[in-house]
Ligand binder design. Structure first.
Ligand code: SF4
Length: 461
């Protein structure tokens, strides 16, 4: 296989014509659309609410240097410990140190895209620590040895038959088990693990600065179990997840729930502010928050593009995107897929390797339209393309192609002079590869419109 970009083109083409994939995704996104329409109809003045969310996030990002220490100080007041991690390696090393110090061998984990981003499970496995996913969707993709397909619904690409087959192969359950029976089976398998594990690892949907707390949103209760049974709780959180006050949850919780799944509120919303206090009966003895940068400050440094950090990971832009719906989440080969993944990944993981994702868009603007924090996603895609050109990261062939195109388009003489045949050869030479196998290259007419007009009307040059 060639570069990441070439692989992306090949896999995209395969996936787009995989009819089973299309059927499952259309079905699951169809269900999501119906739920979201209903959920959103309950928000009075949605546009205004989005604007408010945007402004709060704008303020936060402009003052990140003050608000993060505020969170740290408040979290420490109640006995929590904060670890600042510059990159994935630092974060993993710190997590491993805590686990080793506790002499733990098993970790229970709730759904967290940040731990996917730092490849924590693989790292822990490499150090002989069992890291068990407890969210049902995550558990299923972990059994399959896959990465999450979607930032909110990790097993969206699987039908209930696929999951029944997987459980049949792994645990010998009947092939005709219903989703309820499969869930019951997973519950039985996981229950003991919560009690046995010494460490629970989660992400967090929000960091709350004024109280020094983290807020976790989930539908299955597994995050609550992962944070209350084990003696140690580690939350790994991207620095952009911060909000100023607890009162802001009043806005962000419903926005996340409606845009993520169509619910008015997600089933379990938990606020944790440090380890178990003297007067409390539940909770861990130790609680850590790992604040992860891992390229986020690169994005913060880009004045025009930093709004991509406002993202609350609701997944709405993925579900709305015609490209995502056709090529699916795994094709992106990144932790964050879809439109938001395409705009942040080049800054977090390297423009050269991931710039092609900013071109995987029809620029229809649907992502921007659905975003609850009003990130101008399609504009960010264009800005990434601009950056790639300015940093000379496009191929010489492409640069030549466009500069000839520009020359031709700006010169009437040249446009009329070149025959249709020459123009068609040039198109095939410079653009055929990126055009794909399934589309015919457009054919340019033998004579230009102006030449034909002059000929038909007897106009001489
Ligand atoms: S960019 Fe907006 S729509 Fe997409 S996941 Fe983030 S918050 Fe949701």
């Amino acid at each position: 296989m060639g570069s990441t970009a070439e692989e992306f083109l090949v896999t995209s083409e395969d996936k787009a014509f995989d009819m089973d994939h299309r059927r499952i995704i259309n079905y699951n996104i169809g269900k999501y659309d119906t739920a979201v329409d209903k959920g959103l109809s309950r928000i009075i003045n949605l546009e205004n609410t989005k604007r408010k969310a945007h402004v709060i996030k704008w303020k936060v990002m402009e003052n990140l240097d003050k608000i993060l220490p505020e969170f740290e100080a408040n979290f420490q007041k109640r006995g929590g410990k904060v670890i600042w991690a510059n990159d994935a390696e630092e974060a993993n090393r710190e997590i491993l140190n805590i686990i080793k110090k506790a002499g733990a061998k098993t970790v229970v984990k709730s759904k967290s895209m940040v731990t996917e981003e730092i490849h924590m499970n693989e790292f822990l496995e490499h150090h002989h620590i069992e890291s068990l996913e407890t969210d049902l969707g995550e558990y299923i993709v972990q059994l399959l040895g896959q990465r999450p397909y979607h930032i909110v619904t990790p097993a969206m690409h699987l039908s209930k038959e696929d999951i029944a087959k997987l459980f049949h192969e792994k645990f010998g359950t009947p092939l005709d088990f219903t989703p309820e029976q499969l869930t019951q089976k997973a519950r039985e398998l996981l229950r003991d693990k919560y009690v046995q594990a010494d460490v629970g690892i989660t992400g967090a949907n929000f960091l709350i600065a004024d109280t020094g707390s983290i807020a976790i949103t989930e539908n299955e209760g597994n995050a609550r179990l992962s944070t209350s049974f084990p003696k140690i709780h580690i939350a790994v959180v991207g620095i952009e997840k911060i909000i100023p006050t607890m009162a802001d949850l009043d806005l962000f919780w419903p926005m996340l729930a409606t845009h993520g799944t169509g619910q008015n509120l997600t089933v379990y919303n938990t606020i944790l502010s440090g380890p178990r206090q003297a007067e409390e009966t539940d909770g861990p003895d130790e609680m850590y928050v790992v604040l992860l940068d891992n390229g986020r400050t690169n994005l913060l440094a880009q004045k025009e593009q930093r709004q991509a950090l406002y993202c609350i990971r609701c997944g709405a832009c993925l579900n709305a995107c015609p490209v995502y719906k056709n090529i699916g989440g795994h094709t992106y080969e990144t932790t964050y897929s879809g439109p938001i993944g395409s705009i942040i990944t080049p800054h977090m993981a390297g423009m050269e390797e991931f710039k092609h994702l900013s071109y995987a868009s029809s620029l229809c603007g649907k992502c921007t339209e659905v975003c609850p924090v009003k990130i101008e996603i399609h504009k960010m895609l264009l800005l990434n393309r601009r950056d790639a050109v300015q940093e000379h990261l496009v191929t010489t062939k492409e640069q030549w192609g466009w500069s000839l195109w520009k020359k031709g388009m700006l010169s009437r003489k040249l446009t009329d002079f070149l025959s249709g045949k020459t123009k068609n050869i040039m198109l095939r030479t410079f653009f055929k590869k990126t055009w794909g196998h399934y589309k015919e290259m457009p054919k340019v007419a033998e004579k230009s419109f102006s030449t034909m007009f002059k000929e038909q009307n007897g106009i001489k040059d």
